[in-house]
Design a protein. Structure first.
Length: 99
């Protein structure tokens, strides 16, 4: 599943867990509270894992773009340089969007 899909599933788990925990509070049911809290934490962890994977992918894009830009410089290839800059910027944006 894509990282966006994992983030959505994580958010859904977080919301479901929070609702279950609140229902447990209202019913004074400690088991339901604990199960709800565990589900909520699982959802938060799933979202963080997806964000981390995107940050890592962004860092890889940045590095690849940087290498392409350097290769373009060495080969005096302006198109390759421009593609490298674009890929580096794309990676930076991907990384920053998932902080």
């Amino acid at each position: 599943m894509s990282n966006l899909g994992e983030r959505i599933k994580g958010k859904a788990e977080e919301i479901y867990g929070d609702a279950k925990e609140r229902l447990g509070d209202a019913l004074d049911n400690e088991q339901m509270q604990a199960e709800g809290r565990a589900t909520e934490l699982k959802g938060e962890a799933r979202q963080e894992a997806a964000k981390a994977a995107e940050r890592l992918g962004g860092m890889a894009d940045e590095a690849k773009g940087n290498l392409k830009q350097v290769a373009g410089d060495l080969l005096n290839n302006e198109q390759m340089q421009a593609e490298g800059v674009a890929e580096e910027l794309k990676g930076e944006a991907r990384r920053k969007a998932n902080q």
